[in-house]
Write a protein of this length. Structure first.
Ligand SMILES: *Cc1c(COP(=O)(O)O)cnc(C)c1O
Length: 401
């Protein structure tokens, strides 16, 4: 008898993704083909912000699919216009701004690289600064601004003119000069293990990029759309970047990404310089509108902040936990030993989905809708998983020989 794993190994590209065969979801839970239930605290990697099968999501998909799903970029739709205006309003950066709707975070970042090139065409600059530890996507452009060697090396040569610097104020001060066309940064590096930028980094980056005529481009694919308790993480820093990219939670699981530009940067693209067949289609746009409207009207940003604080307080003191990082419901739980992979696996066996972006970090990014029940279920399951792994670690001797 062949198993689903056999089918997957034979028919799918060999790129991983074999943890379970999931068949349905409801709220913060998913079920596999054997009807095993899991508490989903990864949320499709910071995507399922309303959990699974939320009525707002289901209604929006159904209604728009039954009305008008796809047109082409020769036409506009009310849903697309509403979403662009909504994103500008939520960004609170004033009237001067434009939005392009794409289908993923990577695509939004690709367009941001083209934005930097257009800016370079006007100014004669070409160096793009990126931060060590960054993740911006897997297509050739997005990969070029993602310094991680394991992702890049098999695909070199990548785009020229990109310089990776340490995510420190000193490295920024040292690297910034008039040859720099843009600085790309994530306010919190999600894939690196939920690593925030140093205090004051964004404010200083804004000053230095402005001073040298470079663009400040923020990748908020993971931190945007309310994930940190603010609509955009840059709002917490009190700065306005030249451009920001979003995706992941923006449509709660429907594929959609966006590039927002602010101020003069908004006039760099002109007809013929970019487009997308699916990008900004009425279906994806309508779902994003419904999701963002629900986050707003149901007060979910307040819930993100409150539940995030509860979770951070709750995990402190659990076995192996050495600290927490992140904001809102993007949380990195650091461990006292490099056993995050084991903790993830034991948690999975016990019915809890989390991930391990680094050897000593567990990441959680649950739905914005979680309440007391989900928080206590998480703390119980996660505590058990940690305790089980802790017993397998040899205890340190007090005085090394
Ligand atoms: C996930 C992610 C991306 C890539 O987005 P996709 O939708 O997978 O293309 C880019 N940047 C950051 C910060 C991300 O977390």
């Amino acid at each position: 008898m062949t198993t689903w794993q056999d089918d997957a190994s034979r028919d799918l590209m060999s790129l991983g993704g074999r943890l379970a065969l999931l068949t349905r979801g409801e709220g913060s839970h998913v079920w596999d083909a054997n009807d095993r239930r899991y508490l989903d605290f990864l949320g499709g990697i910071a995507v399922n912000c309303l959990g699974h099968a939320h009525p707002v999501f289901v209604d929006a998909v159904s209604k728009q699919a039954a009305t008008l799903a796809h047109i082409s970029n020769y036409f506009a739709s009310p849903a697309q216009l509403e979403l662009a205006a909504r994103l500008k309003r939520l960004a609170r950066t004033g009237d001067e701004g434009r939005v392009f709707l794409a289908n993923s975070g990577t695509e939004a970042n690709e367009m941001a690289i083209k934005l930097a090139r257009l800016h370079g065409g006007k100014t004669g600059k070409s160096t793009i600064l990126v931060l060590e530890g960054a993740f911006h996507g897997r297509t050739m452009g997005a990969l070029s601004i993602t310094p991680k060697a394991a992702y890049r090396e098999p695909f070199e040569p990548v785009l020229p003119g990109i310089r990776a610097i340490a995510p420190t104020l000193e490295a920024l001060e040292e690297a910034m000069d008039d040859s720099v066309v843009a600085l790309f940064a994530e306010p919190i590096q999600g894939e690196a293990g939920v690593v925030p930028l140093p205090d004051g980094y964004l404010a200083r980056a804004r000053e230095l990029t402005s001073q040298h005529g470079a663009l400040l481009v923020l990748d908020e694919v993971q931190t945007g759309s309310g994930r940190t308790g603010e609509w955009f993480a840059f709002q917490r820093a009190g700065i306005v970047p030249d451009a920001v990219t979003v995706a992941k939670s923006i449509a709660a699981g429907f594929p959609l990404g966006a590039l927002l530009t602010f101020g003069a940067t908004s006039d760099l693209f002109y007809p013929g310089t970019h487009n997308s067949t699916f990008g900004g289609n009425p279906l994806a746009s309508a779902v994003a509108n419904a999701v963002l409207d629900h986050i707003e009207t149901a007060g979910l940003l307040e819930n993100v902040t409150a539940r995030g604080a509860e979770l951070r307080a709750g995990v402190e003191g659990l076995p192996l936990v050495s600290g927490t990082r992140g904001e809102g419901l993007l949380i990195g739980i650091t461990l006292a030993a490099p056993v995050a992979g084991e903790v993830r696996a034991v948690a999975h066996e016990r019915g809890l989905i989390v991930n391990a972006p680094a050897d000593d970090v567990i990441r959680i990014a649950p739905a914005y809708t979680i309440g007391d029940d989900e928080v206590s279920e998480f703390l119980a399951l996660f505590g058990e998983a940690l305790a089980a792994v802790a017993t397998t670690i040899p205890t340190q001797t007090e005085t090394p020989a």
